[in-house]
Design a protein around this ligand. Structure first.
Ligand code: ACM
Length: 257
């Protein structure tokens, strides 16, 4: 499975510009099977008020952004995972969508909201769903979810091979823990971060792909960049650390649940 991380700087509050910016990037990644875009790729991040966030939001049923991505999925036969500012009824969610040529095939809503996100978004209410592309099992997390080992583990215990992680990372050390989550859960992780600044926030780029051995197998710099890498998701199904140690079966569930 060829994965492409699309590290770019969304234009704040300008859906049309974001689509225009993405077009050449998606074409450059056309040989990949699965493209991963950053968190809130349709809207930007640093809203001044809930009204402003609402103004930039879309519903899944009536989204110009999703229709654009669906069209490119059809044309280039790839799937896209993207962050998405989602409106449903009167609520806003910080969501991640998995899209193929038929439309949205997976939806996750961010569980752990960061700073002012707590004022704008409803916390995720869909749990930790898993999705499949071919025989590859996939989970999704969004940015600050990285801080909570429980969600990585929970998805790994649902036998995911790969976790997609659209992000707008700000804290300087977030990327450094991703290899460890890959290692202890024996899974692949694809973190697609954004770059650029919005007001007082600077986004750190350095998108990563890590493998079940905890190796950093791809890393972007701090500018706009596309990283494409071929992975074998089946490697995530071997949970043996040594011939006598299974990373999951050796857990002492009598001591900790
Ligand atoms: C973040 O969760 N966007 C830092």
């Amino acid at each position: 499975m060829k994965i492409a991380l699309i590290q770019f700087a969304p234009v704040f509050g300008d859906l049309k510009s974001n689509i225009e910016r993405l077009k050449p990037l998606l074409v450059k990644a056309k040989n990949a099977d699965l493209l991963v875009l950053p968190e809130l790729a349709n809207s930007g991040y640093n809203f001044g008020s809930i009204e402003e966030a609402k103004q930039f939001s879309e519903t899944i049923e009536d989204s110009i952004f999703i229709n654009f991505l669906k069209k490119y999925c059809r044309e280039f036969q790839f799937c896209v995972a993207t962050g998405f500012l989602e409106r449903e009824d009167r609520k806003l969610f910080n969501s991640a969508l998995l899209i193929d040529q038929t439309g949205v095939i997976g939806k996750y809503r961010k569980l752990h909201l960061f700073m002012k996100e707590k004022e704008y978004f409803a916390p995720g209410n869909l749990g930790l769903p898993i999705f499949t592309i071919g025989d590859v099992k996939i989970g999704m997390l969004i940015c600050f979810d990285w801080m909570f080992p429980e969600v990585w583990r929970r998805l790994a215990l649902k036998d995911v091979d790969l976790i997609l992680h659209p992000s707008n990372l700000i804290l300087p050390y977030a990327q450094s823990v991703i290899p460890s989550y890959s290692l202890v859960n024996r899974i692949f992780i694809a973190t697609a971060n954004r770059v650029g600044t919005e007001e007082d926030l600077r986004f750190t780029g350095q998108s990563v792909i890590t493998n079940p051995k905890g190796e950093l197998i791809a890393q972007a710099g701090t500018e706009e960049e596309i990283v494409i890498l071929d992975i074998d998701p089946k490697l995530a199904r071997d949970k043996m650390i040594t011939p006598m140690n299974d990373a999951f079966k050796d857990r002492r569930r009598d001591i900790y649940k």
